[in-house]
Design a protein around this ligand. Structure first.
Ligand SMILES: [Zn+2]
Length: 138
């Protein structure tokens, strides 16, 4: 236990004033493990070398003292990650509710609108921006 406590205090001293681990860093490590697992089957040397850049960058980001730059990178990453997960959720719902609903993208604010599947032309109001537009359901 003495050893672990000493190791912990050394780690805390090292990380003092450093940026540390954020979501982007964690996901870089996770991606590195996934690539490593897949590459265990493929055994490609180039993939191995390129994938080593991930923990290297993640480690350098952790030790960085430029908090503003690192957190702005993390914010950009979180936005991209959130947008793509939203897109996949909508696609999943689109397939699941194919028989009962249709999904349309608002031309004004590009948010998704769920419309009950009823044959014919309908006027729909966007719940986000309030703009009305026509949809045709066959
Ligand atoms: Zn809208």
């Amino acid at each position: 236990m003495q050893f672990l406590a000493r190791l912990r205090s050394k780690y805390l001293k090292l990380m003092d004033g450093k940026y540390g681990l954020d979501t982007l860093g964690k996901d870089m490590f996770i991606l590195w493990f996934i690539i490593g697992f897949v590459n265990n089957l493929l055994r490609n040397r180039i993939v191995t070398l390129v994938s080593l850049l991930l923990p290297l960058f993640a480690g350098l980001r952790m030790l960085s003292t430029s908090f503003y730059k690192r957190s702005s990178e993390n914010r950009k990453y979180l936005k991209i990650k959130g947008d793509s997960s939203e897109f996949f959720k909508i696609q999943y719902k689109r397939i699941k509710e194919y028989k009962t609903h249709r999904y349309y993208k608002c031309k004004n604010c590009s948010s998704y609108i769920r419309v009950k599947r009823k044959k014919g032309e309908h006027y729909v109001d966007c719940p986000k921006c309030g703009k009305e537009f026509k949809v045709k359901i066959r």
